[in-house]
Design a protein around this ligand. Structure first.
Ligand SMILES: [Zn+2]
Length: 301
């Protein structure tokens, strides 16, 4: 099975390679809202205490590139009524996977794409060389780590996935972190930003590096809606120690017992439903509603 997949991937690489992929510089400058900009001292403090590749200095909530305008209007999923241009047209997301990845990393990214394609009516398709808006899944050198823009940004749009190195798997130890970043690219934010989150978790502000306390802000109900129960299992939920001052001081404590936060293994049932809801897959017809609910229900988390 793996050999067949490798063959398919190699063939696809060969077929897509000659197209004119845009040049991607080593250093890129994703947009960051005013109050997420940091000094180099603040950045170093974060790097010293947080080894997680999603907790990158200088990006909004660690791993999102977004403008001040988007920051003003966001919710757990972007508001299409406020920013219709951020939604991918026809539920189709053209992508290019960088030829700089080795084959096993390519397969990891490709598996993440296949998973979303199978479970939702959103379709990631190889870029045809013509579509104006598409994802460039790329191991950019700076800012390193796993990060993404939120929603469709217009033009070639980077999803940064740092490959494994001597220190560990970074973003590509499994398909989970790729899925997390692809969900940002579809317009989905972190679960613990929900306005009602205080019913489900305690945020320990005293344990958060002060400059990063904003990352734990809630969103007002005026510009947010939640169609699903709070989801501790979400692949979009922070881990218990994200942005902590020290590795033994949790920043989030769940109110419910025996739950674990911050899984990056797979989509949860609710994540799956959330994508299908955001992209209208559940209202297409009774058949589609049933199909995607059954598919999402089959997931482990
Ligand atoms: Zn994230």
């Amino acid at each position: 099975m793996k050999t067949v997949l490798l063959l398919v991937v190699t063939l696809q690489l060969a077929l897509t390679a000659p197209r004119k992929i845009p040049y991607v510089p080593d250093v890129v400058f994703p947009p960051v809202p005013e109050d997420a900009r940091l000094s180099s001292h603040q950045m170093q403090l974060l790097l010293d205490t947080n080894p997680d590749p999603e907790v990158q200095p200088g990006l909004f909530q660690g791993d999102m590139a977004l403008t001040s305008e988007m920051y003003d209007f966001w919710r757990v999923g972007l508001r299409w009524d406020v920013m219709p241009e951020r939604k991918w047209t026809n539920n189709t997301v053209p992508y290019v996977i960088s030829p700089l990845y080795d084959t096993s990393d390519y397969v990891t990214i490709y598996n993440a794409i296949l998973t979303i394609n199978m479970l939702t009516c959103v379709k990631f398709v190889p870029w045809d060389g013509k579509a104006k808006d598409f994802l460039l899944i790329w191991p950019v050198k700076y800012p390193q780590g796993c990060w993404s823009y939120v929603g469709r940004f217009g033009g070639p749009q980077i999803v940064s996935l740092q490959p494994p190195d001597t220190k560990g798997p970074n973003c590509l130890g499994g398909e989970g972190r790729t899925i997390h970043e692809l969900l940002h690219a579809l317009g989905i934010f972190h679960e613990q930003s929900r306005a009602d989150r205080d019913q489900y978790i305690d945020v320990k502000f005293e344990n958060i590096i002060p400059e990063y306390r904003n990352n734990f802000n809630k969103q007002s109900l005026e510009n947010t809606t939640y169609n699903f129960q709070y989801d501790y299992d979400s692949i979009m939920h922070y881990g218990q120690y994200f942005f902590s001052k020290a590795r033994d001081q949790p920043t989030i404590i769940p109110k419910k017992q025996n739950v674990r936060l911050g899984q990056r293994k797979a989509l949860s049932k609710t994540d799956c439903l959330k994508i299908n809801d955001l992209y209208g897959c559940l209202n297409k017809s009774v058949y589609h509603n049933r199909k995607y609910r059954i598919l999402c229900d089959s997931l482990g988390y």
